[in-house]
Design a protein around this ligand. Sequence first.
Ligand SMILES: [Zn+2]
Length: 265
Amino acid sequence: MWHQLNLFESEPQIQLCYNPRRKGSWLVTWKGGQAHVELPLIFRFAPSEIDNALMQWVTLSQNKRRAKNKLLLKQWESIIFGYLRSPHLAIDKKHLEEEWRLFNLKQAQSARIRKNRYKPRGNHQDLTPVFSWINEMFFNSKLEAQLTWTRGWSGTSYHTQRKDEKGKLYDLICISRGYDQPDMTKEILGGVVYHECLHIVIPPKIAEGRRFIHTPEFKKAEKLYPWYKDWVDWHKNVLPVKLRNQKRKPLKTKSWLSLKIKSLF
Ligand SMILES: [Zn+2]
């Protein structure tokens, strides 16, 4: 089961996964700037200083060859191993297994709830046909992703990976609510959808322990969009105005709520 820790924005993302079969060691796999760390189940009960030691270790392990890092890695390792080998860890197995079962159940539940919350249909625009259009134009309709709008009036759109209730990873594209305008065109909305799709296809690169998202390769691919200039222009000049105007109005939650209540009867 995974949970995600993001220490600082520029730092790598670290996903933790507990494997009951793993006993005295942990495994780190790097993929697209994300560290996937498989841990013994006992880490589920680790105090925060052990979690922290582990995060430090994973971050430093990206650059193992640096002499300074080697020394620091050893220090963090000894703290982590100290925890793993301490006698108070003789928590009985049944208790651990029950905890594990409940934990999995809860995770699956929240994954299901989260997935049900995605609504590609906004107040004025539907993301599904735009995504299909972009998918067909650039990716032979092979790309798969869940689509939704940001809940608040944030100007940020993003792509991320989430786990479904079975623990399978899927891509989620979340588009800024600011694009959900009555006068929005397919070409402009397609620009931001295409940008987020590219994040699925061109994963971030790691260099010197830093994560580069918009690489030269990315920027080159981005410009293949026929309405690239129109989209960038709208994003830079119109979106901020739309967001400013929206923030002055009260959120539409009330009417949405009453609609929901009405549909109950
Ligand atoms: Zn981006």
